[in-house]
Design a protein around this ligand. Structure first.
Ligand code: ASP
Length: 333
Protein backbone atom coordinates (compact mmCIF):
# COMPACT_ATOMS: atom_id res chain seq x y z
CA UNK A 1 0.00 0.00 0.00
CA UNK A 2 1.61 3.22 -1.03
CA UNK A 3 1.54 6.25 1.16
CA UNK A 4 -0.73 8.27 -1.17
CA UNK A 5 -3.31 5.49 -1.14
CA UNK A 6 -3.20 5.27 2.68
CA UNK A 7 -3.68 9.01 3.04
CA UNK A 8 -6.67 9.07 0.74
CA UNK A 9 -8.28 6.09 2.56
CA UNK A 10 -7.72 7.87 5.86
CA UNK A 11 -9.20 11.04 4.41
CA UNK A 12 -12.31 9.14 3.22
CA UNK A 13 -12.77 7.55 6.64
CA UNK A 14 -12.47 10.86 8.44
CA UNK A 15 -14.94 12.48 6.02
CA UNK A 16 -17.42 9.65 6.54
CA UNK A 17 -17.02 9.93 10.29
CA UNK A 18 -17.80 13.63 10.17
CA UNK A 19 -20.74 13.04 7.83
CA UNK A 20 -22.09 10.48 10.30
CA UNK A 21 -21.63 12.85 13.18
CA UNK A 22 -23.42 15.64 11.37
CA UNK A 23 -26.33 13.38 10.40
CA UNK A 24 -26.60 12.09 13.96
CA UNK A 25 -26.34 15.58 15.34
CA UNK A 26 -29.09 16.76 13.02
CA UNK A 27 -31.30 13.90 14.09
CA UNK A 28 -30.65 14.67 17.73
CA UNK A 29 -31.49 18.33 17.20
CA UNK A 30 -34.62 17.48 15.25
CA UNK A 31 -35.80 15.13 17.96
CA UNK A 32 -35.23 17.91 20.50
CA UNK A 33 -37.83 20.07 18.76
CA UNK A 34 -41.08 19.44 20.60
CA UNK A 35 -44.25 18.63 18.66
CA UNK A 36 -45.79 21.78 20.11
CA UNK A 37 -45.10 24.52 22.66
CA UNK A 38 -47.27 27.08 24.36
CA UNK A 39 -46.62 29.96 26.78
CA UNK A 40 -49.00 32.35 28.51
CA UNK A 41 -48.90 35.41 30.75
CA UNK A 42 -51.42 37.15 32.94
CA UNK A 43 -49.60 40.47 33.30
CA UNK A 44 -46.37 41.77 34.81
CA UNK A 45 -45.76 44.39 37.48
CA UNK A 46 -45.10 44.93 41.15
CA UNK A 47 -46.35 41.50 42.09
CA UNK A 48 -44.78 40.59 45.42
CA UNK A 49 -45.08 37.44 47.48
CA UNK A 50 -45.44 39.46 50.69
CA UNK A 51 -48.49 41.27 49.28
CA UNK A 52 -50.31 38.16 48.20
CA UNK A 53 -52.21 35.70 50.37
CA UNK A 54 -51.56 31.99 49.85
CA UNK A 55 -55.15 31.61 48.81
CA UNK A 56 -54.93 34.25 46.08
CA UNK A 57 -51.63 32.85 44.86
CA UNK A 58 -53.24 29.42 44.58
CA UNK A 59 -56.12 30.93 42.60
CA UNK A 60 -53.74 32.55 40.12
CA UNK A 61 -51.69 29.40 39.71
CA UNK A 62 -54.70 27.23 39.15
CA UNK A 63 -56.27 29.62 36.61
CA UNK A 64 -52.99 29.88 34.71
CA UNK A 65 -52.73 26.10 34.58
CA UNK A 66 -56.36 25.79 33.51
CA UNK A 67 -55.80 28.25 30.64
CA UNK A 68 -52.58 26.52 29.63
CA UNK A 69 -54.19 23.10 29.64
CA UNK A 70 -56.97 24.27 27.28
CA UNK A 71 -54.35 25.44 24.78
CA UNK A 72 -52.21 22.36 25.27
CA UNK A 73 -55.13 20.04 24.60
CA UNK A 74 -55.93 21.82 21.35
CA UNK A 75 -52.31 21.49 20.24
CA UNK A 76 -51.96 17.88 21.38
CA UNK A 77 -55.12 16.97 19.45
CA UNK A 78 -53.65 18.47 16.28
CA UNK A 79 -55.49 21.81 16.45
CA UNK A 80 -54.01 25.05 15.14
CA UNK A 81 -51.92 27.54 17.06
CA UNK A 82 -54.57 30.22 16.36
CA UNK A 83 -57.28 28.14 18.03
CA UNK A 84 -54.97 27.42 20.96
CA UNK A 85 -54.16 31.11 21.41
CA UNK A 86 -57.80 32.23 21.19
CA UNK A 87 -59.21 29.56 23.49
CA UNK A 88 -56.46 29.94 26.06
CA UNK A 89 -57.07 33.67 26.20
CA UNK A 90 -60.83 33.06 26.59
CA UNK A 91 -60.16 31.36 29.94
CA UNK A 92 -58.27 34.39 31.19
CA UNK A 93 -60.79 36.85 29.69
CA UNK A 94 -63.51 34.99 31.62
CA UNK A 95 -61.66 35.31 34.92
CA UNK A 96 -61.90 38.40 37.16
CA UNK A 97 -58.32 37.70 38.26
CA UNK A 98 -56.75 39.21 35.14
CA UNK A 99 -56.99 42.64 33.54
CA UNK A 100 -58.71 41.44 30.38
CA UNK A 101 -62.33 40.70 29.52
CA UNK A 102 -64.33 40.26 32.75
CA UNK A 103 -61.54 41.60 34.96
CA UNK A 104 -60.74 44.68 32.84
CA UNK A 105 -59.65 47.80 34.72
CA UNK A 106 -61.63 51.04 34.72
CA UNK A 107 -60.82 54.20 32.82
CA UNK A 108 -60.72 57.61 34.52
CA UNK A 109 -64.44 57.99 33.79
CA UNK A 110 -65.37 54.62 35.24
CA UNK A 111 -65.86 52.88 31.91
CA UNK A 112 -64.01 49.92 30.35
CA UNK A 113 -62.06 50.16 27.11
CA UNK A 114 -60.60 46.86 26.03
CA UNK A 115 -57.81 46.23 23.53
CA UNK A 116 -56.72 42.98 21.87
CA UNK A 117 -54.77 41.60 18.94
CA UNK A 118 -53.82 38.33 17.29
CA UNK A 119 -51.24 37.44 14.66
CA UNK A 120 -50.69 34.40 12.46
CA UNK A 121 -47.03 33.59 11.88
CA UNK A 122 -47.47 31.57 8.70
CA UNK A 123 -48.81 34.41 6.54
CA UNK A 124 -48.31 37.49 8.74
CA UNK A 125 -52.05 38.14 8.83
CA UNK A 126 -53.14 40.10 11.89
CA UNK A 127 -56.23 41.56 13.51
CA UNK A 128 -56.70 43.98 16.39
CA UNK A 129 -59.29 46.02 18.25
CA UNK A 130 -58.97 49.00 20.56
CA UNK A 131 -61.30 50.73 22.99
CA UNK A 132 -64.23 48.29 22.89
CA UNK A 133 -66.61 48.33 25.86
CA UNK A 134 -69.26 45.75 25.06
CA UNK A 135 -67.61 42.67 23.56
CA UNK A 136 -67.20 39.71 25.91
CA UNK A 137 -64.16 38.29 24.14
CA UNK A 138 -62.02 40.98 22.49
CA UNK A 139 -59.51 38.31 21.35
CA UNK A 140 -62.21 36.73 19.18
CA UNK A 141 -63.11 40.10 17.74
CA UNK A 142 -59.44 40.63 16.87
CA UNK A 143 -59.42 37.25 15.12
CA UNK A 144 -62.57 38.17 13.18
CA UNK A 145 -60.95 41.44 12.11
CA UNK A 146 -58.08 39.34 10.76
CA UNK A 147 -60.23 36.79 8.95
CA UNK A 148 -63.45 38.61 8.04
CA UNK A 149 -62.40 42.20 7.29
CA UNK A 150 -60.03 44.02 4.97
CA UNK A 151 -58.43 45.76 7.94
CA UNK A 152 -55.96 45.13 10.73
CA UNK A 153 -57.13 47.49 13.51
CA UNK A 154 -60.66 48.61 14.33
CA UNK A 155 -61.59 50.83 17.26
CA UNK A 156 -64.44 52.03 19.50
CA UNK A 157 -68.01 52.08 18.23
CA UNK A 158 -66.98 50.82 14.79
CA UNK A 159 -65.31 47.77 16.30
CA UNK A 160 -68.49 47.03 18.29
CA UNK A 161 -70.61 47.44 15.16
CA UNK A 162 -68.36 44.93 13.39
CA UNK A 163 -68.64 42.55 16.38
CA UNK A 164 -72.44 42.60 16.02
CA UNK A 165 -72.21 42.02 12.29
CA UNK A 166 -70.04 38.93 12.72
CA UNK A 167 -72.25 37.61 15.51
CA UNK A 168 -69.94 37.82 18.52
CA UNK A 169 -71.32 37.94 22.06
CA UNK A 170 -72.17 41.47 23.16
CA UNK A 171 -72.51 42.27 26.86
CA UNK A 172 -73.86 45.17 28.89
CA UNK A 173 -71.14 47.40 30.31
CA UNK A 174 -72.12 46.20 33.81
CA UNK A 175 -70.61 42.81 32.90
CA UNK A 176 -67.15 44.32 33.34
CA UNK A 177 -67.83 45.63 36.85
CA UNK A 178 -65.70 44.02 39.53
CA UNK A 179 -65.31 45.52 42.96
CA UNK A 180 -61.55 44.96 42.97
CA UNK A 181 -61.03 47.02 39.79
CA UNK A 182 -63.44 49.72 40.97
CA UNK A 183 -61.47 50.10 44.19
CA UNK A 184 -58.22 50.29 42.18
CA UNK A 185 -59.69 53.17 40.22
CA UNK A 186 -60.73 54.96 43.41
CA UNK A 187 -57.19 54.57 44.76
CA UNK A 188 -55.71 55.77 41.48
CA UNK A 189 -58.03 58.81 41.48
CA UNK A 190 -56.70 59.66 44.94
CA UNK A 191 -53.21 59.19 43.51
CA UNK A 192 -52.55 56.25 45.80
CA UNK A 193 -51.02 54.09 43.23
CA UNK A 194 -52.02 50.49 43.12
CA UNK A 195 -51.12 47.94 40.51
CA UNK A 196 -51.47 49.92 37.29
CA UNK A 197 -51.09 47.23 34.68
CA UNK A 198 -52.19 43.75 33.77
CA UNK A 199 -52.86 41.98 30.49
CA UNK A 200 -53.15 38.42 29.27
CA UNK A 201 -51.40 36.81 26.34
CA UNK A 202 -50.50 33.57 24.67
CA UNK A 203 -47.94 32.37 22.12
CA UNK A 204 -48.00 28.92 20.57
CA UNK A 205 -46.34 26.62 18.05
CA UNK A 206 -48.58 23.87 16.69
CA UNK A 207 -47.74 20.43 15.29
CA UNK A 208 -47.52 21.88 11.79
CA UNK A 209 -44.71 24.18 12.90
CA UNK A 210 -46.87 27.31 12.67
CA UNK A 211 -46.69 30.11 15.20
CA UNK A 212 -49.33 32.51 16.55
CA UNK A 213 -49.60 35.06 19.32
CA UNK A 214 -52.43 36.99 20.93
CA UNK A 215 -52.84 39.63 23.63
CA UNK A 216 -55.92 41.00 25.42
CA UNK A 217 -56.17 43.76 28.03
CA UNK A 218 -58.22 46.37 29.79
CA UNK A 219 -55.21 48.69 29.49
CA UNK A 220 -54.12 50.87 32.37
CA UNK A 221 -56.26 51.84 35.37
CA UNK A 222 -57.43 55.46 35.25
CA UNK A 223 -56.52 55.90 31.57
CA UNK A 224 -57.94 58.98 29.84
CA UNK A 225 -58.54 60.40 26.37
CA UNK A 226 -59.25 56.99 24.80
CA UNK A 227 -55.62 56.07 25.46
CA UNK A 228 -54.59 52.92 23.61
CA UNK A 229 -51.67 50.78 24.78
CA UNK A 230 -49.38 48.34 23.02
CA UNK A 231 -51.64 45.29 23.24
CA UNK A 232 -53.50 46.00 19.96
CA UNK A 233 -50.41 47.35 18.18
CA UNK A 234 -48.90 44.70 15.93
CA UNK A 235 -45.14 44.68 16.42
CA UNK A 236 -45.37 46.27 19.88
CA UNK A 237 -47.52 44.06 22.12
CA UNK A 238 -48.01 41.17 19.72
CA UNK A 239 -46.05 39.67 16.85
CA UNK A 240 -45.72 36.30 15.14
CA UNK A 241 -43.67 35.10 12.21
CA UNK A 242 -42.80 31.53 11.31
CA UNK A 243 -39.34 32.85 10.46
CA UNK A 244 -38.57 33.64 14.10
CA UNK A 245 -41.07 33.56 16.96
CA UNK A 246 -44.48 34.42 18.40
CA UNK A 247 -44.61 37.01 21.20
CA UNK A 248 -47.11 38.56 23.56
CA UNK A 249 -46.04 41.45 25.77
CA UNK A 250 -47.26 43.04 28.98
CA UNK A 251 -46.19 46.17 30.75
CA UNK A 252 -46.09 49.93 30.35
CA UNK A 253 -47.54 50.13 26.86
CA UNK A 254 -46.08 53.47 25.84
CA UNK A 255 -42.54 52.04 26.12
CA UNK A 256 -43.50 48.87 24.29
CA UNK A 257 -44.94 50.92 21.43
CA UNK A 258 -41.91 53.21 21.12
CA UNK A 259 -39.45 50.34 21.25
CA UNK A 260 -41.59 48.11 18.97
CA UNK A 261 -40.75 45.42 21.48
CA UNK A 262 -42.28 42.30 19.95
CA UNK A 263 -41.02 42.95 16.43
CA UNK A 264 -37.60 44.03 17.72
CA UNK A 265 -37.09 40.67 19.42
CA UNK A 266 -38.14 38.85 16.23
CA UNK A 267 -35.85 41.07 14.15
CA UNK A 268 -32.85 40.36 16.39
CA UNK A 269 -33.47 36.67 15.77
CA UNK A 270 -33.98 37.07 12.03
CA UNK A 271 -31.16 39.48 11.22
CA UNK A 272 -28.63 38.81 13.96
CA UNK A 273 -29.30 35.11 14.43
CA UNK A 274 -29.74 35.62 18.17
CA UNK A 275 -31.49 32.95 20.22
CA UNK A 276 -34.98 33.78 21.46
CA UNK A 277 -33.80 34.03 25.06
CA UNK A 278 -30.89 36.38 24.23
CA UNK A 279 -33.00 38.56 21.94
CA UNK A 280 -35.72 38.88 24.59
CA UNK A 281 -33.18 39.71 27.32
CA UNK A 282 -31.51 42.26 25.05
CA UNK A 283 -34.77 44.17 24.63
CA UNK A 284 -36.54 43.66 27.97
CA UNK A 285 -33.57 43.74 30.34
CA UNK A 286 -30.82 45.69 28.58
CA UNK A 287 -32.89 48.29 26.70
CA UNK A 288 -36.20 48.72 28.53
CA UNK A 289 -35.20 48.32 32.17
CA UNK A 290 -32.75 51.26 32.33
CA UNK A 291 -35.32 53.66 30.89
CA UNK A 292 -38.15 52.53 33.17
CA UNK A 293 -40.05 50.46 30.60
CA UNK A 294 -41.58 48.01 33.06
CA UNK A 295 -42.90 44.73 31.75
CA UNK A 296 -42.10 41.48 30.03
CA UNK A 297 -42.89 39.02 27.30
CA UNK A 298 -43.73 35.39 26.78
CA UNK A 299 -42.65 33.80 23.56
CA UNK A 300 -42.27 30.61 21.57
CA UNK A 301 -39.82 30.33 18.68
CA UNK A 302 -39.94 28.34 15.45
CA UNK A 303 -38.07 25.45 17.11
CA UNK A 304 -40.49 25.33 20.01
CA UNK A 305 -38.15 27.04 22.49
CA UNK A 306 -39.87 29.13 25.14
CA UNK A 307 -38.75 32.42 26.72
CA UNK A 308 -40.47 34.11 29.67
CA UNK A 309 -38.54 37.34 30.27
CA UNK A 310 -39.54 40.32 32.45
CA UNK A 311 -37.92 43.19 34.31
CA UNK A 312 -40.52 43.59 37.06
CA UNK A 313 -40.79 41.86 40.44
CA UNK A 314 -43.31 39.44 38.99
CA UNK A 315 -45.16 38.19 35.94
CA UNK A 316 -48.00 35.68 35.99
CA UNK A 317 -46.74 33.05 33.59
CA UNK A 318 -46.98 29.43 32.54
CA UNK A 319 -45.71 27.27 29.71
CA UNK A 320 -45.46 23.73 28.47
CA UNK A 321 -43.82 21.77 25.65
CA UNK A 322 -45.08 18.48 24.26
CA UNK A 323 -44.00 15.63 26.51
CA UNK A 324 -42.99 17.89 29.40
CA UNK A 325 -44.62 18.94 32.64
CA UNK A 326 -46.27 22.39 32.74
CA UNK A 327 -44.34 25.23 34.37
CA UNK A 328 -46.16 27.92 36.33
CA UNK A 329 -44.69 30.87 38.23
CA UNK A 330 -45.57 34.33 39.50
CA UNK A 331 -42.65 35.97 41.27
CA UNK A 332 -39.15 36.78 40.14
CA UNK A 333 -37.52 34.54 42.72
N1 ASP B 1 -49.51 46.78 28.11
C1 ASP B 1 -50.80 47.13 28.61
C2 ASP B 1 -51.08 48.56 28.25
O1 ASP B 1 -50.18 49.37 28.30
C3 ASP B 1 -50.95 46.97 30.05
C4 ASP B 1 -50.26 45.77 30.62
O2 ASP B 1 -49.78 44.94 29.92
O3 ASP B 1 -50.20 45.64 31.81
O4 ASP B 1 -52.21 48.89 27.98
Amino acid sequence: MNIKYSISVLFCLVTMLFACDTAEQKEANASEKPAYSIAIHGGAGVILKENMSDELEAQYRSKLLEALSIGEKILADGGTCLDAVEQTIWVMENSPLFNAGKGAVFTHHGTNELDASIMNGSDLQAGAVAGVGDVKHPISLARKVMTDSDHVLLSGAGASEFAREVGLEIVDSSYFYTEKRWKSLQRALKKVNANKYGTVGCAAMDQYGNLAAGTSTGGMTNKKYNRIGDAPIIGAGTYASNKSCAISATGHGEFFIRYTVAREIAALMEYKQMSLQSAAEEVIIKRLKPIGGDGGIISVDKDGNIALVFNTPGMYRASVKAGEKPYVAIFNK
